[in-house]
Design a protein around this ligand. Structure first.
Ligand SMILES: CC(C)(COP(=O)(O)OP(=O)(O)OC[C@H]1O[C@@H](n2cnc3c(N)ncnc32)[C@H](O)[C@@H]1OP(=O)(O)O)[C@@H](O)C(=O)NCCC(=O)NCCS
Length: 185
C-alpha cells in the first residue's frame, strides 16, 4: 500500500488471519517517562521501567495470546490490519477501524519491534492508517495511547491532542491511557 524507498519500509494491508503475527513483535522497552493528565494538560513523570517481551506461553495478562484474543474481534469486525516490513521482515503492526463512530476512525493498536524503532516505521503505519481512514471519509482518528514517553511522543508528533472529552467506553476500558484525538490529513 505504502512504501518508503529511502528507508525501505513497506506497509501492507494484511488478512484477518495474520493477526497471529502479533506473536513476532518484540514489545520490550525501557520507559523513562510516563504521562498523566492534570487539569486538561499533559504532565511528564520520570520513571525507570523495564517492560519485558510479551509472554510467548499461556494466556496471561502480558501474553501475546491475550493481545490476539483482544484484537481479533476488532479485525473481524471490519478494522484493517497493517504490517510494516523492512527487507521482508516484520517491523511493526497497526490496526485501524476506519468506521469507529461517525467520521471518527480508531487507531486501535500500534507496536513496532524494539530493533526497528526510530526509523519511521510507526510513521509509515500511521500514514497508511490515515489513508484507510480517509477512504472511509473519516476526518479524525481516536487513540487510547499507552502513557509512555515514546507512545505519547509519537502521537503528539502526528498532531494529536488530548481528547476533550475522552471517549467514554474507551476511557472506561483503559483509564490509565492518554486519550487523544488527531486530525486525518
Ligand atoms: C511508540 C512507537 C510505536 C513509535 O514507533 P517508531 O517506529 O519508533 O516511531 P517513528 O520512528 O515513526 O517516530 C516518529 C516520531 O515519533 C516521535 N517519537 C518516536 N519515539 C519516541 C520516543 N521514544 N520519545 C519521544 N518521541 C518519540 C518522534 O517525534 C519521532 O520522530 P524523530 O525520530 O524524527 O524524532 C514505538 O516506540 C513502540 O512500538 N513502542 C512500544 C509500544 C507502544 O507504546 N505502542 C503504542 C501503544 S498506544
Amino acid at each position: 500500500m505504502t512504501s518508503d524507498a529511502v528507508r525501505r519500509i513497506e506497509v501492507k494491508e494484511l488478512g484477518p488471519e495474520d493477526i497471529e503475527l502479533i506473536r513476532q513483535i518484540d514489545r520490550s522497552e525501557y520507559i523513562d517517562t510516563l504521562y498523566t493528565v492534570k487539569d486538561g494538560r499533559l504532565h511528564a513523570n520520570s520513571v525507570e521501567i523495564d517492560v519485558p517481551q510479551w509472554d510467548a506461553e499461556g494466556h496471561g495478562e502480558h501474553s501475546s495470546a491475550r493481545r490476539i484474543t483482544e484484537f481479533r474481534p476488532v479485525v473481524d469486525g471490519g478494522a484493517v490490519l497493517l504490517g510494516a516490513f523492512i527487507d521482508d521482515l516484520l517491523a511493526g503492526i497497526a490496526i485501524v477501524d476506519p468506521s469507529f463512530e461517525g467520521t471518527t476512525a480508531w487507531f486501535a493498536f500500534l507496536h513496532v519491534s524494539r530493533a526497528y524503532r526510530r526509523r519511521g516505521v510507526a510513521s509509515a503505519l500511521w500514514a497508511a492508517g490515515e489513508e484507510v481512514a480517509n477512504n472511509a471519509e473519516a476526518t479524525s482518528m481516536y487513540v487510547s495511547a499507552t502513557s509512555s514517553g515514546s507512545a505519547v511522543g509519537f502521537y503528539i508528533s502526528r498532531g494529536c491532542q488530548l481528547a476533550d472529552p475522552p471517549h467514554p467506553a474507551l476511557l472506561a476500558k483503559e483509564p490509565e491511557d492518554i486519550h487523544l484525538i488527531c486530525p486525518v490529513t
